[in-house]
Design a protein. Structure first.
Length: 325
């Protein structure tokens, strides 16, 4: 008997990242290895395993031509690729220090997800014309400052919890609430804004977003279950959230996002004929948005998603701590 593909891993049926992350309830026990092999490998990745998109989801010629639009995409995918790569390396410690088999199996699948994201982001840069033998040096060069100023501090925060402090649950909270919770809305924005301009990149972002729904919901479930069993852990968790917010206040992530959004702004107007009346979200044409407005929208999405997930975990008092806008 062939089991059906879970709706949340089905390309056509899965919700958007924000909707899924705020409304689905998934546990590590549900999202086990068998679930991943059936739902992700045979569902989400069908016909998209190598590149993250199908042959019909093309890379247009204008994305291979020098200009601000191509520069924006190279910066975005280069930084996202290195972020996913570093996340993969960090998750190896989560697998090693998982407190149960269900948690170990789930983080093994998340490690695979993040490694795949890094691969398809890299591969799309080659599709955009960057020579394969120059790919690694190109990514390393363009992401060096971003890695040092943004990625290294937040990943070290997570690794210190799981590796030095032996606090697996605290590390899960950091990855789910601080790292994924803040970065995920930018992924939703990427899927929407590249939809008509670079269909291959939009599909790649869609596939990554389907995975991120699972990461956010299962991570939240793990934390919630632990708090339900160990209510005295709340003080420790609130301390982690407070320190995580302080860390984000110190990290200059906005300047890197705005650099590529300003390039995208210039490039989208050069290709306005491709975009037309396409709406970034209901009632708002993409061509009518500014770089600052798109960034502010992503921050509002972050706040909305964080509020929902924190309430689910029983951490309503943390909502104001993490509010970005």
């Amino acid at each position: 008997m062939t089991l059906p593909i879970p709706a949340e891993t089905d390309w056509d049926k899965a919700p958007g990242l924000l909707d899924g992350a705020m409304n689905l309830d998934l546990s590590a026990e549900q999202c086990n290895l068998a679930y991943w092999f059936r739902g992700v490998a045979q569902g989400t990745l069908r016909d998209r395993a190598e590149s993250g998109h199908t042959a019909d989801e093309i890379t247009p010629e204008h994305m291979r031509t020098d200009g601000p639009l191509r520069d924006a995409q190279i910066l975005e995918l280069g930084c996202r690729s290195i972020a996913e790569e570093e996340g993969t390396r960090a998750l190896a410690y989560y697998v090693a220090h998982a407190t149960g088999i269900a948690e170990m199996d789930f983080f093994a699948t998340q490690l695979m997800d993040e490694a795949r994201h890094s691969m398809v982001f890299r591969n799309h840069l080659v599709e955009m014309g960057i020579p394969a033998d120059e790919l690694r040096s190109t990514i390393t060069k363009l992401s060096a400052d971003y890695k040092r100023e943004v990625l290294d501090p937040i990943l070290e925060f997570a690794l210190r919890a799981v590796r030095e402090e032996g606090d697996f649950i605290g590390a899960v909270a950091i990855f789910t609430i601080i790292i994924e919770g803040v970065l995920a809305p930018a992924a939703e924005l990427s899927e929407r804004k590249w939809n008509l301009i670079d269909p291959a990149a939009s599909a790649i972002a869609r596939g990554a977003a389907i995975d991120e729904i699972r990461h956010l919901t299962v991570g939240s479930s793990i934390v919630k279950q632990h708090l339900d069993r160990n209510p005295t852990y709340r003080d420790r968790l609130m301390d982690i959230i407070t320190r995580g917010r302080k860390l984000w206040d110190e990290i200059p992530d906005k300047k890197y996002i705005m650099e590529r959004e300003h390039l995208f702004q210039e490039g989208m107007h050069q290709h306005a004929h491709l975009i037309g009346d396409y709406e970034l979200f209901p009632g708002q044409r993409l061509l009518d948005t500014t770089a600052e407005e798109r960034y502010a929208t992503a921050e509002r999405w972050t706040d909305k998603m964080a509020a929902t997930r924190l309430a689910y975990m029983g951490l309503d008092e943390a909502i104001e701590i993490l509010r970005l806008t």
